[in-house]
Design a protein around this ligand. Structure first.
Ligand SMILES: Nc1ncnc2c1ncn2[C@@H]1O[C@H](COP(=O)(O)OP(=O)(O)O)[C@@H](O)[C@H]1O
Ligand SMILES: [Mg+2]
Length: 403
């Protein structure tokens, strides 16, 4: 009867048990979140550093699925300073989008829930903990304080409404005192700000009549219409070609300085990070493995994962047979190991790596890494980095020093 099942296989009984348990957990959390007239004191908090716009502190966001609990974000901590750009990098599926959606409170509910940790949002005179804030309150913060630019503008714009009407709606929602004419005036202004020529004409068009770059500009206009303090850009240029990508990034940078906001820039493209970011957060399998200033991360990558990412990007002028690729794949987020998540793919591991998940080690005030190799003042030497990477990438002799 009780046959040994293949790994990952769930019996109907087991699956029923999981979904019942999930319902119990999520309905409790949902009830909490949907309450009305919650006193502000419940979600009021203080920033650790008032110079930060957002502080993620030990954030855990899980999805309670029928196959088990997906620990998409599993203890993430980092800050976004006011007026700065923080780049979040990592392979697909490592929890970048879920982290940013947690800040917007837009994770797919009821399965998706923030189960632990704080997200402190600086409102100037006070700070709110987004992890505890009730739904009705969050609506007034979205757009005014935090705003998001999505990856694929065609799926985010409604195909059956004219551009102008869609931008109007955003402005109206946040400025109920404006008259219809004033709202339209502001829409036209915003379209001009994001560099759309013939803004009046474009406001009468439908999304399918615009090019990809123009649609992304419209999305940016909508996101910035209410001058948010934080702009989350989730892979904003992935769907665009390279020249348009450069223009959009330039535009984002200019607008950010104009309204003095911060950007949380999510991308898997290290080139974009190098160009845009002041700080870099490297995520792997739902956790931050390394963070630091952009110089620290690019000049002295510490975590074997970051070193691998750097080695897997092409460098102009350096001729290689084959780009480095990190062996193996991201572990299944339902069954995470109880040791370092990267160990099974790591070519620089040591005896200690069998132990519990490594603590964060400070290499400088801003540069932190979670890796056993840095315990007790240890480090991975440049020689070792080179040996391992060149074991895979055979650079033709004579071309090695090219950069
Ligand atoms: N609605 C969902 N239900 C279940 N799992 C999800 C859901 N959304 C995301 N995940 C899982 O969470 C993990 C992180 O996803 P995501 O944050 O989208 O990754 P990325 O870093 O590519 O943006 C992935 O393993 C993904 O499968
Ligand atoms: Mg994503």
């Amino acid at each position: 009867m009780a046959k040994k099942h293949a790994e990952g296989y769930l019996s109907a009984k087991e699956s029923r048990r999981i979904s019942k348990e999930n319902r119990r957990i999520t309905s409790k959390l949902e009830k909490q979140r949907k309450r009305k007239n919650v006193p502000e004191s419940e979600y009021l908090t203080t920033m650790k550093n008032p110079e930060n716009a957002v502080e993620f502190d030990n954030l855990h966001t899980y999805f309670f699925t029928d196959a088990g609990t997906v620990k998409s974000v599993d203890g993430v901590s980092f800050e976004v300073p006011i007026g700065k750009t923080v780049g979040v990098v990592g392979e697909s599926g490592c929890g970048k989008s879920v982290t940013s959606l947690s800040l917007m409170q837009l994770i797919q509910r009821p399965q998706g829930q923030i189960v632990e940790g704080e997200i402190r949002l600086n409102l100037g005179d006070k700070a709110y903990d987004i992890a505890k804030i009730p739904m009705e309150k969050m609506q007034s913060l979205r757009g005014n304080y935090v705003s998001m630019i999505f990856q694929e503008p065609m799926t985010s714009l409604n195909p059956v409404f004219r551009i102008g009407d869609q931008v109007d709606e955003v402005i109206e929602l946040h400025n109920s005192s404006m008259s219809k004419e004033e709202v339209r005036q502001r829409t036209i202004e915003m379209l001009e700000v994001v560099g759309i020529a013939n803004s009046k004409g474009v406001s009468e068009m439908y999304p399918h009549e615009l090019s990809g770059g123009m649609r992304q500009r419209v999305m940016i206009a909508m996101a910035l219409a209410c001058s948010p303090k934080i702009i989350i850009a989730d892979e904003p240029t992935t769907a665009l070609d390279v020249t348009i990508q450069a223009q959009i990034l330039d535009l984002l940078r200019q607008l950010k300085d104009k309204i003095n906001s911060s950007i949380m820039l999510i991308t898997h493209d290290l080139g974009v990070i190098a160009e845009m970011a002041d700080y870099v957060v490297v995520m792997y399998a739902g956790r931050v493995v390394e963070k630091g200033t952009v110089q620290e991360i690019f000049e002295n990558p510490a975590h074997p994962y970051t070193i691998g990412l750097m080695a897997s990007k092409p460098v102009v002028g350096k001729q290689v047979d084959k780009l480095y690729s990190i062996p193996g794949k991201v572990p299944n987020p339902i069954n995470m190991p109880n040791y370092c998540y990267f160990k099974d793919r790591c070519e620089m591991n040591c005896a200690q790596c069998d132990g519990a998940y490594p603590q964060e080690i400070s290499l400088s005030d801003t540069h932190k890494v979670s890796c056993y190799r840095y315990y007790d003042g240890g480090k991975i030497s440049d020689e070792e980095k080179k040996n391992i990477l060149e074991g895979h990438v055979k650079a033709p002799t004579g071309e090695k020093e090219g950069k």
